[in-house]
Ligand binder design. Sequence first.
Ligand code: MG
Length: 164
Amino acid sequence: MSEAYRIGTGYDIHRLVDGRKLLLGGVRVPFMKGLLGHSDSDVLAHAVCDAVLGAAALGDIGAHFPDTDPRWRGASSLDFLRHAIKLVGEKGYRVANVDATVITEQPKLKPYIQAMREKLAEVLEVNVDAISIKAKTNEGLDAIGRGEAMAAQAIVLLVHSPQP
Ligand code: MG
């Protein structure tokens, strides 16, 4: 693998339930519900992680961090992301930019978007202007529209820049 650019997409969805903290892009978002899952269930970080892995054809988050492995119980999804960046780095790639969308009816995410961008930029080792995060509702449709789940999509471009 030595192409100048590699592109990857990621998608994830988690159930919104009572009694869980809501973490998005590594940022704690105050809300009456949180996302259900084995790790911290950061749906945005998971979608970005899958996009990073996918760009390098390295499989998916479930293959690297199986939910059957007790090591990952309650794990920080930012650690998944750091690991994915290390793997693509070993292949000579770094992140050029990320564009991601979080889909949820509630809460309004606008006040937290900048903090998410800064957190993901730090973990992905890029400038904050390389990270775009958008939020939208599902217009009341389907499980997301009923407030039962939250989803995220991400696309990542990797650029080949091997360390000298
Ligand atoms: Mg997930």
